[in-house]
Design a protein around this ligand. Structure first.
Ligand SMILES: Cc1cc2nc3c(=O)[nH]c(=O)nc-3n(C[C@H](O)[C@H](O)[C@H](O)COP(=O)(O)OP(=O)(O)OC[C@H]3O[C@@H](n4cnc5c(N)ncnc54)[C@H](O)[C@@H]3O)c2cc1C
Length: 871
């Protein structure tokens, strides 16, 4: 197998003597026998570390990293070692940094919907803790009893419930990381959408190759109050796969859709006897959740669809014990298969879900041709397949070669079907060579750039994830471009590449213009303007796979109009008519509905970007689960065009909500509004907005005049039964204050009102302030004297405050927000600085890394000068 050659310098006894002195007795292991348990993870690959350290605190981690940096010793982070790609294996020796003893939950902020944990906390521990408070951390890897949060984040883990709720990266709000020189960095935190490059997304899924995670701030949801589970049997995997697509096409969003083929069911049944339909070709486990009032209706609809799709047996669990039993069966798959052979090889690939049938047929064909026994489990809703190949004799090298060949061919198949080489287990050592099948030289070289920026000496998990560039065929040379006229409106990524190369070579400032709804480039001598309006339209629309690929200059409104015909949408809203998808992505402009559907980075599956040197990088795949390499596409969210030009992006589709209803409560003063909003916060389950609006003169909502200076707005959307149930709970919460003046409507809603507030001023004067949502009341109270004549809109659920026309007050607002761990910026044209440059907001902690990355990709600061970086 191909591997990179980052070799540790020869390690004499002395560095390890000093290592032992850094920590206490029992925290450093060097005895060869005691090192054995650390040689492997959940895979067959092995590597011998020279030492294992077991730090208790961040400061101890820092000491170890400084020591390793001084002696150039490779470091391999390790959680529970359940990884399935060799990520925690010390292939090149060095020191394993085990986080097994850093397993405290540091803070649980119920009001703020956040938990701060050390990396060694297991999923099970976290689950047990937060569920007691009615909260929920959705990522649920089947290994959750022992897998750690550090490992989850490093692998961007998923699980059965990710179909509806997304993967780990969607829940990481902040990280404390130790960098290669021992520097501790706080990325993100309690607030949403910190300005600057999204290093959180970069670290999540980076498999310990960029730094060590010593704490994580995770977002929690309200635990769905009820759940209903069923199993459906089908004659074949193809039929079961079609049924999954049919459920989705009906506009339903079950919490999970899992599949097992017949072989797998028989193996499990022999082991745990849970009553699986072993005569069927395949079975689905489908779960719906929400308010108790909606479950029967949701399940009835699913059952109708499944009947139409020829389900041969339908079994709805009637008790929690029955449900447990079913899940116990599903989760015993790996254990059951382990009884049949001394070893097995778990594969992990993703395909767009409509290609599951084809993928399975291919897996069977490949394994039969190689004379291998295989059984399959799938996260069917996500198109994530896990063929399990039996290894009857782990010492039989010829057999192992066939197994690996099967793995290679199956990965190739997933790619040919439009998917990824890994949905949740990561690349590690096992799939490093396959990265070059999935990504070309340009994309891989951009990932290597990131690695060099964060880890210049290559000490963190060397050799993992990225194949050496020397082993990858270079992309075709682009001919020396002629200099285009400015403004220019390229029609393809290649034309963008040519324009950028030519202008950057001449050191010209290049301003990227979408609809110019938010940012108007300055008139500047010699500057070039690259307009995206000719990059317009939908490239691919896959309704059955719930994604759409759209060119960057396409106005959001145009896309939504197209999708609406099929009852679909991308849950994005912009206050500005004409705003383009590229502009929305580059400025990370999230509407309140992100609380219901996720933020821009969560909806983004893939993108094509052009770097200033003309490299065209296509990152991601049109699948929700894809953990191959660094999430560079997410790095462009909020980058304000300073890293490159986005030319196309693939978005997750959702069915339009079947029902939507809102409450509006006029309030006489801020403290009343805060009280009401605070009472509504714990109700939010399917809420898409919880806002406080302030206006200095009466406003009109749907023709009715509101005289009071504040309003609280609450919107819920989803299936009608859930919407009714949620609004009932919201009313009950409000009525405890004795309020009678509650308006209800299905006409207006929170996101439209939010857009109205924001559009009431010029975009460039709009200020966005972010703090932890728990701190929002304090922020509003402190700013009240300053803002009493200003309209504003506070997104209570995410702790964001928008002040149209607030730019003149930025210098007053920013220190207050910063003091609270937050930030304040011009929302459409932010400028950040670490040195108090006038007109700039305070730079985030990752500023130095931002500068290094900018220097790597745009050393001449040609792209969008003045945005993010001061001129
Ligand atoms: C039976 C079984 C079922 C599984 N089911 C699933 C599933 O449903 N979904 C899924 O996604 N995965 C699954 N996995 C894979 C694995 O459990 C997950 O990837 C898990 O999140 C790894 O956690 P860990 O603590 O064991 O990490 P480890 O295996 O110890 O490490 C994994 C990677 O994370 C890095 N790492 C660990 N801690 C840190 C840290 N603090 N800082 C930086 N890097 C770090 C390591 O270097 C390594 O690259 C399964 C594995 C098994 C054995």
């Amino acid at each position: 197998m191909m591997k990179t050659t980052v070799t540790p310098t020869a390690i004499s006894a002395s560095p390890f003597d000093t290592l032992a002195r850094l920590l206490s007795d029992g925290q450093v292991i060097t005895h060869p026998v005691e090192l054995i348990p650390y040689e492997r993870d959940g895979t067959l690959v092995r590597g011998k570390p020279q030492a294992v350290v077991l730090p208790h605190s961040r400061d101890e981690v820092v000491r170890v990293v400084r020591w390793a940096a001084e002696h150039r010793v490779p470091m391999v982070a390790r959680g529970a070692g359940t990884g399935l790609s060799g990520g925690a294996v010390a292939e090149d020796g060095g020191v394993v940094v085990s986080f097994a003893r850093m397993k405290q939950i540091l803070a649980l902020d119920r009001e703020g919907g956040l938990v701060i944990t050390q990396p060694g906390v297991t999923n099970q521990m976290l689950d047990d803790t937060v569920k007691k408070l009615g909260l929920y951390f959705p990522p649920d890897p089947s290994s959750g009893r022992s897998a750690t949060i550090g490992g989850n984040i490093a692998e961007n883990s998923g699980g059965p419930h990710c179909f509806k709720y997304g993967v780990t990266t969607n829940y990481v709000n902040g990280l404390e990381v130790v960098l290669h020189d021992g520097q501790v960095l706080q990325l993100g935190g309690a607030a949403a959408d910190y300005p600057g490059y999204d290093f959180l997304s970069l670290f999540t899924g980076s498999e310990g190759t960029l730094g060590l995670i010593t704490a994580a701030t995770l977002r929690l949801m309200r635990n769905p109050p009820a759940v209903k589970t069923m199993m459906a049997a089908f004659d074949s995997v193809e039929e079961a796969g079609d049924a999954v697509s049919a459920v989705i096409a009906q506009g339903l969003m079950p919490a999970t859709m899992e599949m097992m083929d017949q072989k797998m069911m028989r193996i499990i049944e022999d082991y745990v006897h849970v009553g699986l339909p072993v005569e069927a070709g395949a079975a689905l486990i489908i779960e719906v959740d929400g308010y108790p009032e909606s479950l029967d209706a949701q399940m009835d609809e699913v059952v109708d669809v499944l009947r139409r799709q020829n389900a041969r047996e339908l079994r709805i669990t009637q008790t929690p014990e029955e449900r447990e039993k079913l899940w116990y069966g599903r989760k015993s798959a790996f254990g059951a298969i382990a009884r049949l052979a001394p070893s097995y090889y778990v594969l992990d690939g993703t395909v767009p879900r409509s290609r599951l049938g084809a993928a399975l047929a291919g897996v069977d064909r490949i394994c039969s041709a190689l004379d291998l026994r295989v059984a399959n489990v799938f996260h069917a809703g996500d198109g994530n397949l896990h063929p399990l190949v039996l290894i009857e004799d782990p010492d039989d090298h010829e057999l192992l070669e066939r197994v690996h060949e099967a793995g290679r061919q199956i990965m190739q198949l997933c790619l040919e079907l439009g998917g990824s080489i890994t949905g949740e287990h990561g690349v590690g050592i096992e799939k490093r060579a396959y990265m070059a099948l999935m990504y070309d030289h340009a994309a891989l070289s951009a990932m290597w750039d990131i690695k060099h920026v964060f880890d210049p000496y290559g000490l963190f998990n060397p050799g993992k994830v990225l194949p050496p560039l020397s082993a990858v065929t270079p992309s075709a040379e682009v001919s020396t471009p002629s200099v285009p006229d400015s403004p220019c409106a390229p029609t393809s990524a290649e034309e963008v590449a040519q324009a950028l190369q030519a202008w950057v070579a001449e050191r010209r400032a290049v301003y990227i213009r979408g609809a110019a709804s938010k940012f108007t480039p300055p008139q500047e001598y010699g500057a070039a303007v690259l307009a995206t309006h000719a990059l317009r339209g939908i490239s691919t629309y896959a309704l059955e796979d719930l994604y759409v690929t759209v060119r960057a200059g396409t106005p959001l409104a145009e896309l939504q109009a197209e999708l609406e015909r099929d009852g679909m949408w991308v849950p994005l809203v912009s206050p500005w008519p004409g705003a383009t998808l590229g502009g929305i992505m580059a400025s990370n402009f999230n509407a309140p509905l992100r609380m219901r559907y996720g933020a821009i980075r969560d909806l983004l599956l893939a993108a094509t970007m052009v770097l200033p040197d003309g490299r065209i990088i296509r990152i991601g795949r049109p699948v929700v689960k894809n953990v191959a390499g660094y999430d560079l596409h997410r790095l462009f969210v909020g980058s304000y065009g300073t890293l490159g030009v986005i030319t196309e992006a693939t978005w997750r589709l959702y069915p339009l909500p079947r029902a939507r209803a809102s409450l509006l409560v006029p309030c006489d003063n801020l403290s009343q509004a805060l009280q009401y909003a605070g009472a509504l916060l714990p109700v939010c389950l399917i809420a898409s907005a919880l806002l406080i609006g302030h206006h200095s003169s009466p406003i009109e909502v749907e023709g009715a005049r509101i005289e009071s200076p504040y309003v609280v707005i609450y919107t819920a959307e989803g299936v009608p039964e859930d919407v009714r149930a949620e609004l009932r709970q919201a009313r009950t919460a409000l009525q405890s204050f004795g309020i009678s003046d509650i308006w209800e409507s299905t006409q207006w809603h929170g996101n439209a009102l939010w857009a109205n507030y924001l559009a009431s001023g010029t975009p460039v004067e709009l200020v966005r302030v972010g703090v932890g949502r728990k701190d929002l009341p304090q922020l509003l109270t402190r700013l009240a004297p300053l803002l009493h004549t200003h309209p504003y809109c506070a997104d209570v659920a995410t702790g964001l405050l928008y002040v149209p026309g607030g730019a003149a007050h930025l210098s007053h607002i920013e220190p207050i927000a910063s003091e609270m761990g937050g930030y304040a910026i011009r929302a459409t044209a932010p400028c950040l600085s670490a040195n108090g440059v006038t007109g700039c907001s305070r730079a985030p902690e990752g500023w130095e890394l931002m500068r290094r990355l900018k220097a790597q990709w745009d050393a001449r600061h040609c792209l969008n000068p003045g945005l993010l970086f001061p001129r």
